[in-house]
Write a protein that binds this ligand. Structure first.
Ligand SMILES: Cc1cc2nc3c(=O)[nH]c(=O)nc-3n(C[C@H](O)[C@H](O)[C@H](O)COP(=O)(O)OP(=O)(O)OC[C@H]3O[C@@H](n4cnc5c(N)ncnc54)[C@H](O)[C@@H]3O)c2cc1C
Length: 353
């Protein structure tokens, strides 16, 4: 493990905000990640695990924070050449510091389905279960079998099965407060002869001339998804200021049928499964645009702005402070609350506020 140069989190996060922490160490293997985490916890410091920094809004002042950068690499599969029959399913164990999109690219090259619609999501493999990442009809909860988890409370290593992670929409037991470190993730991938899983995204299906639930070669799904994402500024690109963000800044609200009936009929809505009676998912982007914000909106004098390509992303137009990002997010929340009575919930992790 090594102590990194003390970079500001502004340089290590896609949102591009955040001060210089007290300390920063890098863990280059599972063992280092475990040792470093235990040491930091023992010292009783404020700590942050940092993967790719694509879902973090860090405060401008972070003098007390100890950062552990997860850089552990390695991918193993259970596909042994001596197995007589090509398996229809394969388990891949992937270390937390691997790049998410690098992993997706490898599964597509290997002809294995399960992650293809999540092409182009920035960040690391270890962070993927935290908010159950998802896009274009797939969620990572559908493919994760188990993770290895170093528990902050017990300081012990546990294997958490999929059901232990209690996944929900952009949510998991870890996001809800079970603190600790994911050291590796196991995925179950499927062999459909080079084809994708049945596509559950209308946009992807339309782009490929498929019916919903149709299948296409994995590489075609990946190409279409990358193209759709780039057009919305949802592919992180240092040259594209619309992607200097955390992706979607708010989750799509889920409300009851009776509440949904009070909204204008043109408000987009989808039936969704939920066990607490809240069963209609709304479009946060539509709510934002219909409460008075246009794409590209900026508070006068602020360097934070709503993306000019997607109303759901708050972006840094160069040199914004964390305070400016949070101020814009609060204004959006207040206006959506005033207009529709809905509290938009931020998706990124707010650190040090
Ligand atoms: C342009 C853009 C587009 C995006 N599009 C999507 C999208 O389509 N769908 C989607 O779901 N998300 C999307 N995101 C959000 C983000 O990419 C994901 O949430 C991603 O999983 C974050 O990974 P990361 O490694 O960057 O995590 P970080 O930002 O480094 O960390 C996020 C959280 O996870 C914790 N964490 C990190 N590593 C570990 C670990 N090993 N163990 C335990 N906790 C850990 C951190 O402490 C923090 O709380 C987008 C972001 C951007 C910038």
């Amino acid at each position: 493990m090594s102590e990194s140069a003390k970079l500001a989190l502004a340089e290590l996060t896609t949102m591009g905000v955040g001060g210089v922490p007290a300390e920063m160490h890098e863990a280059h293997s599972r063992e280092e990640l475990i040792e470093l985490s235990l040491q930091t916890w023992k010292a009783g410091e404020d700590w942050l695990l940092l993967g790719g920094g694509s879902n973090i809004v860090a405060a401008d002042e972070l003098e007390e924070l100890h950062v552990i950068r997860v850089r552990s690499l390695g991918i193993e599969s259970d596909n042994h050449p001596e197995k007589p029959v090509w398996p229809t399913k394969q388990i891949w164990r992937v270390q937390a510091g691997e790049s998410w999109d690098g992993l997706v690219a490898k599964t597509v090259e290997a002809g294995l389905a399960g992650l293809e619609a999540m092409s182009g999501i920035p960040g690391s493999v270890g962070a993927a279960p935290v908010q159950n990442i998802g896009a274009y009809g797939q969620e990572v909860a559908e493919t994760i079998v188990r993770v290895e988890f170093l528990d902050y409370q017990t300081r012990e290593l546990h294997i958490l099965e999929n059901s232990d992670l209690d996944f929900g929409y952009r949510d998991s037991a870890i996001k809800r407060g079970r603190q600790g470190v994911i050291t590796w993730v196991e995925f179950q991938l499927e062999n459909h002869g080079g084809l994708s899983k049945p596509t559950e995204s209308t946009q992807v299906a339309q782009a490929l001339g498929l019916q919903l639930a149709g299948q296409a070669p994995l590489a075609e799904i990946r190409d279409v998804v990358l193209r759709l994402r780039a057009a919305k500024g949802m592919l992180y690109d240092p040259q594209d200021q619309d992607s200097w963000s955390c992706g979607s800044f708010f989750t799509n609200p889920i409300v009851s049928h009776s509440f949904a009936r009070t909204l204008p009929s043109e408000a987009p809505r989808w039936e969704t499964e939920a066990d607490d009676g809240l069963t209609v998912k709304l479009s946060a982007a539509w709510l934002i645009e219909n409460s008075g914000f246009t794409k590209g909106f900026q508070i006068a004098g602020s360097k934070a702005a709503i993306s000019s390509k997607h109303a759901l992303a708050i972006t840094n137009r160069g040199g914004a402070s964390a305070q400016e990002v949070v101020q814009l997010a609060s204004l959006v929340q207040a206006q959506v609350m005033n207009r529709f009575g809905i509290n938009l919930v931020p998706e990124p992790n707010l650190i040090g506020f």
